[in-house]
Design a protein around this ligand. Structure first.
Ligand code: ZN
Length: 87
């Protein structure tokens, strides 16, 4: 037995499917935004003394031991401006 789908039912399913697609896209983007977003308040910033590269570190990540560009020693970014008020 083959189920007959009328034009009205097809249009209804199509509309529901479009809404469901929009909902899934919105949820996907919301989750992606939450996991990938760069939040200044929750990230720690480090500053390379040698080359000036600014490195952002996620909250649970350990402090970077050396600069990825030049191998210098990164210091917390806040202390750079605090120790050097002329900048
Ligand atoms: Zn460096």
């Amino acid at each position: 037995m083959i189920a007959q789908i009328t034009l009205q039912d097809g249009a209804l399913f199509f509309t529901i499917g479009l809404f469901a697609l929009c909902l899934f896209a919105y949820l996907y983007l919301a989750v992606r935004e939450r996991t990938l977003a760069w939040r200044l308040s929750s990230h720690a910033l480090f500053h390379c003394k040698k080359c000036g590269l600014v490195i952002s570190v996620r909250p649970l990540q350990a402090q970077p031991r050396q600069c990825p560009r030049c191998g210098g020693r990164p210091v917390p970014y806040r202390s750079v401006s605090a120790s050097n008020p002329n900048r």
